[in-house]
Write a protein that binds this ligand. Sequence first.
Ligand code: URP
Ligand code: ZN
Ligand code: ZN
Length: 466
Amino acid sequence: MPLLIRGGRIITASDDRLADVYCEGETITRIEPSIDPRSLPAGGAGVEVVDASGRLVFPGFIDPHVHIHLPFMGTHAKDDYESAGMAALVGGTTTLIEMICPGPKDEPSAAFDEWRSKAEGRAAGDYSFHMAAVRFDELARRQLREIVEDGVASFKVFLAYKGALNLNEADLFALMEMAGSLGVIVTAHCENAEAIAAMQARLIGEGRTGPEWHEPSRPTIVEAEGVRRITTFAELTGAHVYTVHTSCAEAVREAVEARLRGVNVWVEAVVPHLTLDRSFAERPDFEGAKYVMSPPLREKRHQDFLWNAVRAREIATIGTDHAPFDFRGQKDMGRDDFTKIPNGVPSLQERIALVYTHGVAAGRIDLHTFVDACSTQAARIFGMYPKKGTIAVGSDADLVVWDPDWRGTLSRRTSLSRVDYCAFEGWPVQGRASVVTLRGEVQVRDGAFVGTLARGRFIPRKPTHF
Ligand code: URP
Ligand code: ZN
Ligand code: ZN
């Protein structure tokens, strides 16, 4: 059904104007100051009209860092493509990029097939993948090339998680040489695996076993070293890199320093690091386990630095690193040993409300920076622009009609994720997606999913990082 969004304030990364948006056949076909429905085919009969007066209209938001199907630390993340897709859409996220994270012995092609099979026919929203390289032998080299040809234009590497997802340095260097020649961007979890393993062993040996010791086992310098290493390899190989979930001033500074040397590096921040600090992981009675993620939540002072870096556009994107593990039955596997707490803080549904509340409404960033960081940059960096990430004639009709006056609170009760807690329980938020469309079809109204499951589609991407 054609769709007309009338009277909204259209906000993109660069523009702000009052206009009507008309969508037909999944794409935006007209943007004009005023579109009279009678001027539409058949006099507007059969057109769905959304009144957006008093509302902001954003391009559908893109989360560039999501885990849904995630076998990790001896267990599996709780969401699937239905729950995560609905949670994302209700929160205003129309496209997500999931990390394919196979085990070190798994074949990349088998992993790609497995992850795709979880999404196909089930995804509520549009999706793409980053392909993790956890091994780099001849077979992996060949299969990774095939996966790029099949539409995955970004790799993921882990400098952390010794003995699990970590790629050794020789293989990392060789992978980055290949990525550079293919124009594939390398996204990287930057922490020093060896230093962390040694410090974890030391702390556990001293009887420091609670979740509050997770941060001291991987301090900021460990992350800064990781960023230094990946950007050094980028400088030597010519590969373009993207540092995921960058949590602290020291790590961002390393990336900026590399950029000034001519390295092509983009920086991602994630909602937990922008809104939560390490005191949450220090909560008594093991409650802190809900807030164990890697890199860890930092001292509060880093939050101001991260927000300022978003405002200065030194940080390009804000994602979530949504990694949903239940408090009961999963996080508590590490009750006697913090190194066994599955890492992750879920925030897929909450991301946009939190960034709007703590960023825009708090005066830290303007509306254009908000759209840029939460949508446009992810589309540009990962080869989806201008199909995704903006409001323009020819773009997919992924639109978020935002009510800036809505007030509410975040809670497990209203969360569509299957995880058993909300890390932001009771937090007040300002603004809500009152209507969300995915390729021209209304999927969300007033906080409720009203759309079609399985409407989500794989978005193939071509390499752009030459
Ligand atoms: O704590 C985190 N970040 N869990 C998910 C895996 C990863 O490192 O992204
Ligand atoms: Zn990570
Ligand atoms: Zn992650």
